[in-house]
Design a protein around this ligand. Structure first.
Ligand code: ZN
Ligand code: ZN
Ligand code: ZN
Length: 373
């Protein structure tokens, strides 16, 4: 007579039992708390009985799941991600969205360097990896990684890094510390003096993560010039669609210049906004006693959520072309309000730069006898 095994002793049945138990545990411990929370991050299962399962069982379960199910299984808690390992991310062949969601969680799990306050790895959404911070995508950078660098340098700021941007925004969404990352993408203020034109010039950039979860950038350029006119056509570009040659802008420069020369201590125009990417420009002027006229050109940009397939970003780097050729006009300025809060309507130019930056600009800007007080 053939030996008939008891149902529970076959490997398949054992596995089914373990799977049922595990899924039951996940449902029992993860779901009820998940529904009631605002956080995007699933609650920790560290204290649950699932952590008592041997790593091999977890790995075995993961290997049997479809790629979609494996990705969501790994995203349930730190314990399972550690058990399944980072290598596992590429092995599961999840969809790009699932892979990125998983990478964001792995990024948030990683320890923060106590000295630099930076994570040990950066998130590259283009080659879909966590890369070492001092190497970046390195030699295995994909064409998409390189293109993102080129576009950032061309359209945003020469020091802007898409790698830092995406890491910063992911950390922000997962409520991890981001001040050090914000400081990393903020370039130091540069100040120059040109002996021929006798123009002192300062360029400074600040970033701010808005309540909406988007990264905003504010650039302030201050010029102190002692004679004649500043060629405002050379200013900007402010975005891919709006630069110093635009009529609205040159009229604004003329207006504040004339008003300040005419005796008013300071002058500010209304905002000029790009109707396509929402970049908003403000022009202001004030007298600098015995130095000349100070011209302030300030522009705010919305860089979006720092995720792939973000149309806000695509508009900034001109990857999506305007359907109505970038309307330019005087609109309300949501980007300015999100950045400045209550201060948006009337800028105090002096408050837009730090004390040290102001001192440096004045140090480089010589006294001019020709310009009265
Ligand atoms: Zn990359
Ligand atoms: Zn002028
Ligand atoms: Zn624009």
């Amino acid at each position: 007579m053939d030996y008939i095994p008891a149902p529970l002793t076959t490997p398949t049945c054992l596995l089914a039992l373990v799977l049922t138990l595990t899924l039951g545990l996940i449902l029992a411990f993860a779901m009820p708390t998940r529904a009631g929370r605002q956080s995007h991050r699933p609650p920790s299962l560290d204290s649950s009985p699932i952590t008592m399962l041997p790593t091999e069982i977890i790995q075995h379960i993961a290997s049997l799941l479809s790629s979609v199910a494996a990705a969501s299984f790994a995203s349930t808690c730190v314990y399972i991600r550690v058990a399944t390992g980072t290598q596992y991310v590429s092995a599961i062949r999840a969809s790009p969205r699932e892979t990125l969601a998983l990478l964001e969680l792995l990024l948030a799990d990683a320890p923060i360097d106590p000295v630099t306050n930076l994570p040990s790895r950066f998130l590259c959404v283009h080659c879909k990896r966590l890369v070492p911070i001092y190497i970046g995508c390195g030699v295995s950078a994909s064409p998409a990684c390189k293109e993102a660098w080129e576009l950032s340098k061309k359209h945003i700021e020469s020091s802007f890094s898409p790698l830092l941007f995406h890491t910063l925004m992911a950390m922000h969404r997962l409520e991890r510390p981001c001040d050090a990352l914000l400081a990393q993408i903020t370039p130091t203020t540069s100040t120059y003096y040109d002996n021929h034109t006798r123009v002192a010039w300062q360029h400074s950039v600040r970033y701010h993560i808005a309540m909406s979860g988007r990264l905003l950038q504010r650039t302030v350029e201050t010029y102190i010039f002692s004679h004649a006119h500043l060629d405002c056509r050379a200013l900007g570009p402010f975005c891919s669609h709006l630069d110093g040659t635009c009529n609205n802008f040159s009229h604004a420069v003329e207006q504040v210049h004339t008003e300040v020369l005419g005796g008013s201590g300071r002058s500010q125009t209304i905002f000029i906004a790009c109707g396509y990417c929402r970049t908003t420009v403000l022009v202001g002027a004030r007298k600098f006693r015995r130095r000349g006229i100070g011209l302030f050109v300030i522009w705010w940009k919305d860089l979006g959520y720092g995720i792939t397939w973000d149309e806000i970003w695509a508009r900034q780097v001109d990857k999506v072309f305007p359907t109505e050729s970038g309307r330019i006009g005087y609109f309300h300025m949501p980007v300015v309000e999100e950045f400045e809060g209550h201060n948006a309507r009337y800028m105090d130019f002096d408050e837009l730069s730090s004390r040290a930056d102001r001192k440096e600009l004045l140090r480089l800007s010589p006294y001019t006898a020709a310009v009265g007080k």
